[in-house]
Design a protein around this ligand. Structure first.
Ligand code: SAM
Length: 204
């Protein structure tokens, strides 16, 4: 098996890192990455926050590939990658200060996005943050023709995938106990949505 590679990660890693510098606090101790893909993001971001345990996860087929990156990079704060499917409640049972996910909402079916946001509400405590990077529509409108074409290509592979409406994500995050802290405009018509968990309520 050859080491997986994502050109998109190479292109977006620098602007995403700038956002993470805004979001991650020196008092934070653990970050959970969902849908970590090739692992390139973890390898680039983790050394910038050496005080933070970086917990990369994804569906099981992605884990061996990212492990190749981690073995090569030998970054002490990157934890052993583990299988995590947002459809199942298999978040590690430890406290996470930050959950980071990139380019997953348009790949997952909407019901799985909703399961993911519900899980975030159950598992994160007051003050923890969720950082969601990717393309979004606003009021049902694509922000570029390239995003519209991308959406069509996603739907030929899986009709239930596709670029999500910011408003739908935002109302679900709000319902699950989060407030929107920032909606960053990113290069190539992407966004980074940063949410903060409000006072903990366990049964939503
Ligand atoms: C387009 S890739 C993005 C990978 C990486 N975050 C990046 O930005 O390059 C989408 C990722 O979401 C993962 N994914 C899809 N469904 C998932 C689920 N139900 N739970 C967790 N991860 C999932 C896929 O395995 C894949 O690695």
């Amino acid at each position: 098996m050859s080491k997986p590679f994502s050109e998109a990660c190479e292109n977006n890693k620098e602007p995403i890192l700038a956002v993470l510098h805004d979001v991650i606090l020196s008092s934070d101790r653990r970050l959970l990455e969902i849908g970590a893909g090739t692992g390139q993001h973890a390898v680039y971001f983790a050394p910038a926050f050496p005080f933070l345990e970086w917990h990369p996860t994804d569906l099981s087929p992605a884990v061996p590939g990212m492990s190749m990156w981690f073995k090569e990079a030998r970054i002490p704060s990157i934890q052993i990658p583990r299988k995590l499917d947002v459809k199942k409640d298999d978040f590690p049972k430890v406290k996470f200060d930050v959950v980071f996910t990139a380019n997953t909402f348009h790949v997952m079916q909407w019901k799985d996005c909703k399961a993911f946001m519900k899980l975030l509400g159950h598992r994160l405590r007051e003050g923890s943050r969720a950082v969601i990077y990717g393309p979004f529509k606003y009021n049902g409108e694509f922000t570029s023709s390239s995003n519209e074409e991308f959406d069509q290509s996603l739907k030929t592979l899986d009709p239930l995938s596709g670029i999500r409406n910011f408003e739908d994500v935002n109302s679900n995050m709000t319902k699950n106990g989060f407030e929107l802290v920032h909606d960053y405009e990113m290069p190539a018509h992407n966004r980074t949505l940063v949410y903060r968990r409000l006072k903990f309520e366990s049964h939503r």
